[in-house]
Design a protein around this ligand. Sequence first.
Ligand code: NAG
Ligand code: NAG
Ligand code: NAG
Ligand code: NAG
Ligand code: NAG
Ligand code: NAG
Ligand code: NAG
Ligand code: NAG
Ligand code: NAG
Ligand code: NAG
Ligand code: NAG
Ligand code: NAG
Length: 630
Amino acid sequence: MVEARCCFKLLYAILVVVLLHMSSPCIGCSERDRQALLALKQGLVGDDGDRLLSWGREAQNKNCCQWEGVYCSSNQTGHVVKLDLGDQSLQGKISPKLVHLQHLEYLNLSFNNFGWSKIPDFIGSLSNLIYLNLSRANFGGQIPNQLGNLTHLQYLDLSFNGYQENSFHAKNLNWLPNLSGLKHLDLSYTNLSDIVGWLEAVNMLPKLTNLILWRCKLPPPIISSVSLMNSSNSLVHVDLGLNNLNSSIFQWLSGTHTNLVYLDLSYNNFNGSSIPASFGNMSSLAHLSLYDSQLEGGIPNSFAKLCRLRELDLGVNSLSGQLSDFVETLSKCAQKTLESLDISFNNISGSLPDLTNFLSLKHLLLQDNNLSGRIPKSIGQMSKLETIERKFKSNYPTFIYGSARISYTLDYEEEASLTWKGVRSKYKSTLGLVKSIDLSSNKLTGEIPSEITNLVGLVSLNLSRNQLTGQIPPRIGMLQELDSLDLSRNQINGRIPNSLSRIDRISYLDLSENNLSGKIPIGTQLQSFGPSSYGGNPLLCGLPLLRTCAEEEKGPGQTVLVNQDNKDGLISQGFYISLGLGFAVGFWGVFGTLLFNRSYRYTYFNFWTCFTDWLYVKAEIIRQRMPNTR
Ligand SMILES: *[C@@H]1O[C@H](CO)[C@@H](O)[C@H](O)[C@H]1NC(C)=O
Ligand SMILES: *[C@@H]1O[C@H](CO)[C@@H](O)[C@H](O)[C@H]1NC(C)=O
Ligand SMILES: *[C@@H]1O[C@H](CO)[C@@H](O)[C@H](O)[C@H]1NC(C)=O
Ligand SMILES: *[C@@H]1O[C@H](CO)[C@@H](O)[C@H](O)[C@H]1NC(C)=O
Ligand SMILES: *[C@@H]1O[C@H](CO)[C@@H](O)[C@H](O)[C@H]1NC(C)=O
Ligand SMILES: *[C@@H]1O[C@H](CO)[C@@H](O)[C@H](O)[C@H]1NC(C)=O
Ligand SMILES: *[C@@H]1O[C@H](CO)[C@@H](O)[C@H](O)[C@H]1NC(C)=O
Ligand SMILES: *[C@@H]1O[C@H](CO)[C@@H](O)[C@H](O)[C@H]1NC(C)=O
Ligand SMILES: *[C@@H]1O[C@H](CO)[C@@H](O)[C@H](O)[C@H]1NC(C)=O
Ligand SMILES: *[C@@H]1O[C@H](CO)[C@@H](O)[C@H](O)[C@H]1NC(C)=O
Ligand SMILES: *[C@@H]1O[C@H](CO)[C@@H](O)[C@H](O)[C@H]1NC(C)=O
Ligand SMILES: *[C@@H]1O[C@H](CO)[C@@H](O)[C@H](O)[C@H]1NC(C)=O
């Protein structure tokens, strides 16, 4: 009896809690806001998703605060404060009743299709808006001055509207200074060609951090009318690329912009001026692009003060000077941070200096310059040595390391007889991070240093159109990540190394116009390219070329091939079968071959240590490859 009463009380309590929980949101949604939303829905058609369909269908669905994309204030008044209707394939007319949502702070209508209609003037009545995103929504015509009424705005994004040339534009920006709290302004692709005083307007926004005016046909700034002292030092991200700016913009930027992290001035016309020394004062700068802007001269010495620079893009200009000067200046402080250096399509001369100080370099683009001399052997050491040392703390045999990159191990056959220590340090110095190198269209001479095969992270290598001689490094196959290889138009001779056929990922290959000879190695990849990849090498034969190999050439060549295949056949078969059969079987395939092959000195290694180590290294490598873990 007591138990039953207890049970009843408990049920009652649960019921009360449930009722309370259900009823609280019902207080939400004011009728006025609900009617405004229903009117909005009425005007819009072609909704692919079912977001708007869920709005107000039946009685139990009356609470608009629970509709998709609708968010109400957290207090009990139930006013709609946020409307997120981005990317809903909406078309049609925006109902003027939208302005009944007087508490709206956040409106996102981006990524829809309003058929190049004007942004309605009444949007200026949503005076509580903090965030307005109408980007990629196919609006057209003139931006309404009524936006100046939105004095609480912090984020305004009207970018990528009016795909048809000239259809989305502003006649003036007089309304802009009214938005004194603005932090983020993006008007990319808006025609602002008539607005001579655009910089003055921008200058009056004291909180602006992000200024994005990409491809706005901006006219050159008139600095005399702009207060340089007042130029906002809140700016962090400035993108003024693809406009008609002249070098007067440098004056404005050299004001007090020490907080700038990102600066893009590419595709403007600086008409032969040099890179301003004042940029060296932007001590936070991480990304600088001056691509294709008619700059001349060298790199200012002040760039030695840029200690956070990650990307420097100076391609397609008329810069001149010695590459060693560029490198010396940048190595003063940016050597640990610089990830991408692009000085391609300029007039830089001198030889390629030692770049091993640049510990983070991933992309090196120096094509179409006037570089001469040899490619230094040190190119093979462009990698992050310390990190690797830290990661692999105990004495793993190379083979264990190599299991992360299986075919890499195969090419290490000849090192198998080295001591553990020797093999290990060898491995350490070969874990490269460099992803792309383009030195094409210069005047480089000498051989391709075999050390280049140490850059095992390389995805793209272009050395075409130089005067390189000698042979393709025999261990080119170690570049297992290679997707694109272009060595065309040099004077490279000798055979194409067999190891090249072991790069599974390679999808672009050009070895044409060299002096290569002998039979093109057989392998699915190498035969999948057209004859043009090999053309202009008179002594090269075999598929895909139509020229068959002469008998005498076939004989010895093939013997060598067979021998090599036999030598590593045992282990490579083990590896490749193991790859196919999956992890567990693979492991045995690998170890099986090792255990029974006396030519390898690894075998005395404790099996289980190896196994757990293998797992550890595998996990580490996966972790290292995940972006943003550092
Ligand atoms: C509830 O939130 C709305 C919108 O944020 C605000 O205008 C209103 O003053 C708030 N009411 C109370 C009682 O806090
Ligand atoms: C606005 O909508 C777009 C498209 O769905 C979305 O990508 C964007 O993140 C939204 N903005 C915010 C701040 O949520
Ligand atoms: C606006 O929406 C677009 C998606 O269309 C998004 O990419 C962009 O980041 C948004 N802008 C802001 C300021 O959130
Ligand atoms: C500007 O906002 C006020 C309310 O703050 C409103 O009365 C007025 O109509 C708005 N003007 C325009 C042009 O939207
Ligand atoms: C600027 O805002 C004020 C109200 O703060 C308003 O009266 C005025 O019309 C606005 N100017 C423009 C150009 O929108
Ligand atoms: C857009 O810019 C061009 C200049 O490139 C100008 O001739 C044209 O009148 C502008 N179009 C509009 C609609 O403002
Ligand atoms: C400086 O900027 C403020 C806005 O932050 C503006 O009110 C003021 O008029 C500007 N002064 C000059 C001289 O441009
Ligand atoms: C940039 O253009 C403006 C406006 O035409 C002009 O006043 C200024 O002298 C120009 N600056 C340079 C460096 O040519
Ligand atoms: C570019 O600079 C040259 C002098 O170096 C000058 O004669 C020419 O007028 C300038 N062009 C423009 C568009 O400023
Ligand atoms: C860099 O900043 C210092 C200190 O503010 C200043 O003296 C110097 O003139 C600036 N250099 C350039 C090139 O603007
Ligand atoms: C390239 O730069 C050198 C000076 O380093 C100069 O003598 C030469 O005229 C420049 N060539 C071109 C095409 O600009
Ligand atoms: C290339 O550099 C040499 C000096 O090393 C110079 O004489 C020559 O003019 C440069 N070529 C071009 C096209 O600038």
